[in-house]
Design a protein around this ligand. Structure first.
Ligand SMILES: *[C@@H]1O[C@H](CO)[C@@H](O)[C@H](O)[C@H]1NC(C)=O
Ligand SMILES: [Zn+2]
Length: 576
């Protein structure tokens, strides 16, 4: 059963509430022995309630934090004690983690055109112009305008460069806009003019030629990315800073970065532990050339205070469902001519995964379609057999913790294989509620019911929950809402404006969802006992909320605001 099991008791009425204010102070002097200094300068914080994620004592009301930023004592104070009487208002939960996001891209997104929810070409052009008004001088050959969030289904047709030319204010500007799933980019005529006249097709990608040029998908995005003037490290540093402070606002203390190039990892190592680095990062290596082995260009690294870990790699089996890019065992129901496409064949995926596993890395594979998931499991199985010839697959996997990023559409046979080996599903609950509008069209009813967007049926192994920001909003409470209700957090609705959730047999309980945003990423990031829980020896990361989550109406999670966020004993966010 483990951490997500139902062995915990009294979940419905976990608390005793203290309503009075304040305390904290210096714990006291204990003499000149080792640890005395730490002890002397430790601070004790008491609140109305503290959710710990410990089975023995799920709720307490006080903890003590060492100057080095770890919990040294987690305890329940006597209700009549002065500590309890002077407790701070607020309810504490362990600091939250996003198990799959993209830090630099998020920072870039915060500094670019937000196209999410745009429903017409006019709207897109207006938003680009608004951005231009606030960022005059952008859109040059040296500094392209970036944006993200368009969706051809909302816009009416696949965009083209000509659609941007329609407004003379945008003529001659260098513009590159990511599709909502970041698997395609849409560029302006000025960018197209930098490319050779005739572009050959790209394996594992698509250069969209109808109704006109302008969009490049999956591997074909490299055609444009190769000539895009990349932000320099000073700008990237700004992206990191704005991303981290935004994430702190949502109660996040850590994230798994699902793809960082060796060059960017160098920057991360320089910044990790500095004052602005207020989010713990578990970074997956993404080679400059996707789906290759680049172990010579990187070094394993685990920051002593837990601010950066580099011990895993990200590989990509296929593309996204929205653009029929995910690789399926059977043709799409709404496009019987195609089964999508693999970005790498099964033999090669096994070869690359094995090379990383042999070098001691955790292997994390992006897989959306049921063929991609099958190949991912096959390659992980081979890699595990290679690195642990004397152990069972599940014993080996419990050490290596390979995971499938997205785990979106999985054949029932393969769900059973994941279960028996213990391969970790890394799931984004808001992907399910964003895709639900068209998933059944793509997949048909039977595949949808038996394979798609599982959550509860993958609970046997602690799932990792995340958002895939900036693809989806980074607010973990929206993710928790989507996991519990299987409704879209923006609208509060299911499919076709229904008040009911979608495929609710796969929903999670509130407790399971919170743990998926804390303990799940901790385990999958080799930080169990150190993150995702409030216990002695763990990093002192916590979030203060106004209300007790168990007593909060689930609809209020859609707009829930955090009061304070603390990382390593330091307050990194306080709401005014
Ligand atoms: C798989 O891909 C590799 C590398 O692109 C290629 O050399 C190999 O021939 C492919 N194998 C199959 C069976 O297509
Ligand atoms: Zn991602």
């Amino acid at each position: 059963m483990g951490l997500f099991g139902s062995s915990r008791s009294g979940a419905g009425s976990p608390l005793w509430l203290y309503t009075s204010a304040v305390v904290v102070g210096i714990a006291g002097f204990v003499g000149f022995r080792q640890g005395a200094v730490d002890y002397f300068f430790s601070e004790t914080h008491c609140y109305q309630s503290v959710r710990t994620h410990s089975a023995a004592e799920p709720y307490v009301n006080c903890f003590t934090v060492t100057p080095s930023g770890t919990f040294s004592k987690v305890f329940r104070s006597d209700p009549d004690s002065s500590l309890a009487k002077s407790a701070q208002p607020g309810h504490v939960i362990p600091g939250l983690w996003d198990g799959h996001g993209h830090l630099l891209q998020y920072g870039e997104f915060l500094n670019s055109v937000d196209l999410f929810g745009s429903s017409s070409f006019d709207q897109v052009r207006t938003r680009v112009k608004d951005y231009l008004a606030e960022n005059s001088g952008s859109g040059t050959k040296q500094e392209w305008i970036r944006g993200v969030g368009w969706d051809q289904m909302a816009l009416g047709h696949m965009p083209t460069a000509a659609d941007l030319l329609e407004d003379s204010a945008l003529k001659d500007l260098y513009i590159m806009l990511d599709r909502v799933d970041v698997h395609c980019i849409w560029v302006s005529q000025a960018v197209l003019d930098l490319l050779p006249e005739s572009l050959p097709d790209v394996p594992g990608g698509e250069i969209v030629r109808e109704p006109g040029m302008g969009v490049f998908c999956d591997n074909a995005m490299d055609v444009v990315m190769d000539i895009w003037p990349k932000p320099d490290s000073k700008k990237q540093q700004r992206f990191v800073k704005s991303a981290m402070s935004k994430l702190n606002e949502y109660g996040l203390v850590g994230m798994h970065d699902a793809g960082v190039t060796p060059g960017n990892l160098k920057l991360f190592r320089e910044l990790a532990g500095t004052d602005d680095w207020s989010i713990r990062v578990y970074a997956m290596i993404e080679c400059d050339e996707r789906n290759t082995f680049c172990g010579d260009a990187v070094e394993k690294f685990v920051h002593p205070d837990g601010f950066l870990s580099i011990r895993s790699v990200k590989l990509f089996a296929d593309g996204a469902l929205g653009s029929w890019g995910s690789a399926m065992l059977e043709p799409y129901s709404d496009r019987p001519d195609t089964t999508g496409s693999l970005l790498i064949n099964a033999t090669e995926l096994t070869r690359v995964a094995s090379a990383w596993a042999k070098d001691g890395y955790q292997v994390n594979i992006h897989a959306i379609g049921d063929l991609a998931n099958r190949n991912a499991i096959d390659s992980m199985t081979s890699a595990l057999e290679l690195v642990c010839p004397d152990h069972s697959l599940s014993e080996c996997q419990s050490q290596r913790r390979f995971r499938i990023e997205h785990s979106q559409i999985i054949h029932p046979d393969d769900q059973r294989r994941m279960h028996s080996i213990g391969i970790i599903p890394s799931i984004q609950p808001t992907h399910a509620t964003s895709d639900m509008a068209y998933a059944e069209k793509r997949l048909g009813k039977e595949r949808t019911d038996s394979e798609a967007y599982r959550m509860r049926s993958l609970l046997y192994i602690r799932p990792v929950l995340g958002s895939d920001f900036p693809v989806e909003p980074s607010d973990p409470f929206q993710g928790i809402y989507a996991a519990v209700t299987r409704k879209n957090p923006h609208t509060g609705r299911g499919t076709d404006d229904s008040p009911d959730g979608w495929q609710t047999q796969e929903s999670l309980s509130l407790d399971q969802a919170i743990r998926g945003f804390s303990e799940g990423p901790a385990f999958a990031g080799f930080m169990e006992g150190k993150a995702g829980a409030i216990r002695k020896g763990a990093f002192a990361d916590w979030v203060v909320l106004e209300t007790l989550l168990e007593e909060t109406d689930i609809e209020d999670f859609r707009s829930l605001k955090v009061k304070e966020t603390w990382v390593g004993g330091r307050r990194v966010y306080k709401r005014n």
